[in-house]
Structure formats: structure tokens, C-alpha cells
Design a protein around this ligand. Structure first.
Ligand SMILES: [Zn+2]
Ligand SMILES: [Zn+2]
Length: 338
């Protein structure tokens, strides 16, 4: 849904129309992007740089290990005893990746100007929710010249809105203050754009394709803009025919993330319904929750490593077969696998 607009232009050269996608990360490309991997698949400059940088780092690390071990042996031989100082070069090898991070980032963004990297890095953050990606995005945003910032603004929002909405829980504290400062706009302006240009998309996505904490993002926007109608529209969409009339199975597969939000923040939703006098909707939400099958809770450490889907499947099988319970005197004892 949010994808539609940004699928039309190149993520690296936003003024160009796109003519394909990166095989690895899915970013849109244009005729200026002609990098290929060994399998002759078309990839973006960022994926190309990352794979090259990783190789380089690996060779470098092997080299360092070699040197560190050599120094260790020399010190050992010279001092004729196992000297603690000999361990220093080995320690250096271990902290190497951390020390090299700024350089690694430079390698990743080689041959990419700030305006070419700003949209891709937002997309990386959207997909990974990795705070490091967000930090790099902020850095790139500060490097973007003013006139380019205003030129790219609409496209930037097309990328930014889903990235923020999907990763709301992972944003740093005071993210909005810092972001609007870099975007050179006020918080009101920022929230205003989100609620006027992306209102429908946000509500649709929040109901039909949500991620964790999407509801919190909408609550945040509604509070900042003092726009109660946003929550009313959101709740109306949650209790729309599409959702209500789906079968239990559809509800628990298609809408499971939505149900999870309703389940986790039930009190908050009730509060909103009361405040906005949405009595009918409040009942409908309660009915939805009655139909919700919360994910099974792992019973032991072995089950804890299973995915929720695997666990559900296991419970389903357990329920199908008559249970044979073999009592075990050690049952109380938990098996701990470290
Ligand atoms: Zn890529
Ligand atoms: Zn391009």
C-alpha cells in the first residue's frame, strides 16, 4: 500500500523513473545503476559495496590474526615464558571490527553521494529496525545540502513514513525533535504532513498490514496533532466489515498482528472508545478479542527455540492426538540448554 508511490522512482536517483529492482535488497533502480553480482544478477550500489567491503574486512581480519599470532609467539620465545602482554595483539584483533566501524561505513557508502544514499538507508532501517541504520540516516540527512533537502522532500516522506511507522518502538528517545530539526521544519508541520498526505495509507496499513506498535504510532500522531478523528477513523477501520466478517482462521492469520495490538493495549483501546463514545466499536473489539488465539507460550527451553508457527503446529498436533502422559519424577526439573 505504502509501497505504491515509491515503486515508481529510483531509490538512488529519485528524479529518474525506475526500470528494475536490486535482486538482493529490492530497492528500485534506474538505467544509471549497472552493478551485477557474480551470478550476473542486477544489484544496487549499496549491496555491491557491502559485499565487497565484507570480503575486504575478512581478508584484513585473517591478516591481523596472522600478525597477532606471530607477535604472540615471538614474545613467548623472547621472554621464554607466557607473558600477559603477548595477549594484547590478540585482544586488538577482537576489538578490530568495532574500531573499524566508521571506516566500514565509508566503504559501504563508497561512490554514493548523500542524496543517493538517503532513501536507501531509510529502506534499510525500515527492513531491519536496526538503530545503527537510523543513526546513519540521520548523519546522511545532516550532510544533505538545503536545496536538495527541499527538492527530495516528498520522496523522502514516501520512504520515511513507513520506516517510522513500522519501527516506532525502535526509534530513539526524542527522535521527533532531532528529526524535524534536521528536516528544517516544525513538529506541527511534520505531523501535519503525515496526517494530511498519509492519513488513509497509515490507517489502512495499521489495520490490514500492521507491525508491532503501529497503534502506538497512530496514538502518538493523534496526540501531537490533537486530532481525535484519526483514532476514530482507525477504530472504525478495525471494526469494519472486512475485519469483522472474516473467518476465525483468516482473523488469526491475516489480522494476527492487529489482534496482538488490541490484546496488548486492550485498556488503551477501551479508554479511547469511551472517550470518543464509540460504544458499538468497543463491543466489536471485545468480540474480536474473544476470537483471538494468543500465540502459545513455550513450556520449556526446548520449545523456546521454536518459532510461533512451529509451536502452533505442535500444539495443534498435541490437541489432535489423545495425550499419553508419562509421569516423570524429574518433571519439575527444567532442562536448561545454554
Ligand atoms: Zn541492493
Ligand atoms: Zn538510479
Amino acid at each position: 500500500m505504502i509501497e505504491k508511490d515509491r515503486a515508481e522512482f529510483c531509490a538512488f536517483h529519485y528524479t529518474n523513473e525506475t526500470d528494475g529492482k536490486c535482486t538482493l535488497c529490492g530497492l528500485t533502480l534506474c538505467n544509471l545503476d549497472q552493478q551485477y553480482n557474480i551470478a550476473a544478477e542486477r544489484i544496487c550500489q549499496l549491496c555491491y559495496n557491502i559485499s565487497r567491503a565484507r570480503k575486504l574486512i575478512k581478508y584484513f581480519q585473517f591478516g591481523l590474526w596472522g600478525i597477532a599470532i606471530a607477535i604472540f609467539i615471538i614474545i613467548w620465545q623472547v621472554t621464554d615464558e607466557l607473558n600477559l602482554f603477548a595477549l594484547i595483539p590478540l585482544l586488538l584483533v577482537l576489538v578490530f571490527p568495532y574500531l573499524m566501524r566508521p571506516l566500514i561505513m565509508k566503504l559501504y557508502f563508497r561512490e554514493l553521494s548523500p542524496k543517493e544514499s538517503v532513501l536507501p538507508i531509510i529502506r534499510y532501517f525500515e527492513a531491519s529496525g536496526n538503530q545503527d541504520h537510523y543513526k546513519i540516516f540521520m548523519k546522511i540527512l545532516s550532510k544533505l545540502p538545503e536545496e536538495e533537502k527541499s527538492e527530495i522532500k516528498t520522496k523522502l516522506f514516501d520512504y520515511l513514513v513507513p520506516a517510522l511507522a513500522f519501527n516506532y518502538a525502535k526509534l530513539p528517545e526524542e527522535w521527533d525533535t532531532e528529526l524535524v530539526e534536521k528536516l528544517k521544519m516544525s513538529k506541527d508541520e511534520f505531523v501535519g504532513i503525515l496526517l494530511s498526505e498519509y492519513r488513509k495509507t497509515l490507517i489502512q496499513t495499521a489495520v490490514h498490514n500492521p507491525q508491532e506498535n503501529f497503534s502506538k504510532f497512530l496514538i502518538y500522531l493523534s496526540e501531537k496533532a490533537q486530532d481525535k478523528d484519526l483514532l476514530k477513523e482507525y477504530i472504525n477501520e478495525i471494526t469494519s466489515k472486512d475485519v469483522i466478517s472474516s473467518t476465525d482462521e483468516e482473523l488469526n492469520t491475516i489480522y494476527n498482528k492487529l489482534l496482538e495490538e488490541l490484546y496488548l493495549y486492550e485498556e488503551k483501546f477501551n479508554e479511547i472508545c469511551d472517550e470518543l463514545k464509540l460504544t458499538k466499536q468497543k463491543d466489536l473489539i471485545a468480540q474480536l478479542l474473544e476470537r483471538y488465539e494468543p500465540p502459545p507460550v513455550p513450556k520449556n527451553q526446548i520449545e523456546a527455540v521454536l518459532t510461533i508457527d512451529q509451536l502452533k503446529e505442535k500444539r495443534r498436533k498435541e490437541n489432535e492426538q489423545p495425550q499419553v502422559v508419562i509421569s516423570n519424577p524429574n518433571d519439575e526439573q527444567q532442562i536448561v540448554i545454554e
